[in-house]
Design a binder for this molecule. Structure first.
Ligand code: THG
Length: 371
């Protein structure tokens, strides 16, 4: 594969030098930043996350800050989920939709203060979107991208590592809640969150000049638990059912189609962007849904960059979006974004680069029995 060319558009995170020293072998652009995606040992990196603890440079998960008297109003206009009861220190997983009800980002919304929100975004430019909406609606709010760069600590041992640094109060944090902390003069927020289902925390570094210091503090504190390096792990996240907005959604996808219904509140105010469309889609019933796909055959396929057609009875019924080798099933698995006429158990074929492959639909999350 050709390399990704270096350019000032592609920003380094504050942890960049540490990831290079740790042997990073691949980056992916994410919000115009370099997000580590491999350290050369995919099997070991998966096991490290499943059985131990790993630290991830997810500085590319940028914060879009809404600050000012209308910050909460703007947050609610942007997010199709009721934020009115959120408390300072609470985060919520939300869908940001356009006027068609199409999901254009799936951030965590963090209530920083009564007049301040962060949207911890996936890979699309919500700063521009939010700024435009604020101006068009005449709101008194400043939209910015502050100097904040999350470092994730994920895996079953993550809580012990993070508690050893910051104290036992972190053990009481509820999911997506966060608190202020300081270590060695480094300002940050500690949240129970992270893009895996193995449990863990995210340290929202609030001074980019101290990134390497924070990295070394975590690496040293984690040494007794044999902490390793990692990244948002495609095999773990697909096995366990997390959606990648950029990878599993196209320019037509609404939240109901990708199992995000429970994060949408249809009774938010009428001025929430996309809510009329979402109400209509909910009333009509979505035309596509997301099912798991297990491919026949136990040879390990490389990752793919295109969506494959999915055929049922010879007819195209949708596409397979992201896929991965599953360590758990010892099969190649992935997500299908397919017609609601499709059901679990249907025999299907997937049009891979090297020909049609028999497969079947299964429930998400994937279970070993389903292979
Ligand atoms: N951490 C931070 N920012 C982020 C991500 C993150 N920005 C981009 C991306 N990840 C946002 N998307 C998600 C998607 C899912 C979850 C978190 C962020 C998640 N979902 C759980 C689930 O669906 O099972 C729990 C949801 C719930 O119960 O509320 O964790 O990872 N800082």
């Amino acid at each position: 594969m050709p390399e990704i060319g270096i350019h000032t558009r592609l920003r380094r995170s504050p942890y960049y030098d540490a990831t290079v020293a740790a042997g990073v072998t691949a980056f992916s652009p994410y919000n115009n930043m370099l997000l580590p995606l491999a350290y050369g040992d995919p099997d070991g990196e998966y096991r490290q996350l499943m059985d131990g603890v790993s630290m991830w440079d997810v500085g590319g998960e940028r914060q879009i800050q809404l600050q000012g008297p209308d910050a909460s109003r703007l947050a609610q206009i942007l997010c199709a989920r009721d934020l009115s009861k959120a408390l300072v220190g609470q985060g919520k997983y939300v869908a940001v939709c356009d006027h068609r009800g199409v999901i254009i980002n799936d951030p965590i919304a963090l209530k920083i203060d009564d007049d301040c929100w962060w949207l911890s975004i996936a890979d699309s430019d919500i700063r521009m979107w939010a700024r435009c909406v604020a101006a068009e609606r005449g709101l008194d709010v400043e939209v910015s991208e502050p100097d904040v760069s999350p470092l994730a600590v994920q895996g079953p041992m993550a809580e012990d590592v993070v508690a050893s640094i910051f104290g036992d109060w972190v053990r009481d944090l509820k999911y997506f809640w966060f608190g202020d902390a300081e270590i060695d003069g480094i300002p940050l927020k500690v949240a129970r969150s992270g893009w895996s289902k193995q449990g863990g925390f995210e340290l929202y570094l609030m001074d980019g000049s101290r990134g390497l210091d924070l990295w070394h503090i975590v690496a040293e504190a984690g040494a007794p638990w044999n902490i390793g390096v990692g990244y948002p792990n495609p095999a773990e996240r697909i096995e366990h059912g997390l959606v990648s907005w950029g990878g599993d959604c196209d320019d037509q996808t609404n939240p109901f189609e990708v199992r995000l219904t429970r994060f949408v509140d249809l009774d938010v105010p009428d001025d929430t962007i996309g809510i009329q469309a979402l109400r209509q889609i909910a009333a009509d019933g979505p035309t596509r849904h997301q099912l798991g796909i297990v491919l026949d055959g136990d040879e390990r396929r490389p990752g793919h960059t295109v969506w494959y057609d999915v055929l049922s009875g010879g007819e195209k019924v949708g596409r397979m979006t992201c896929g991965t080798w599953s360590y758990k099933l010892e099969r190649n698995i992935g997500y299908g974004l397919v017609s609601t006429s499709c059901s679990v158990g249907d025999p299907i074929e997937v049009a891979l680069d090297d020909g049609l492959r028999a497969a079947k639909f299964v429930d998400i999350p994937f279970r070993i029995e389903d292979r």
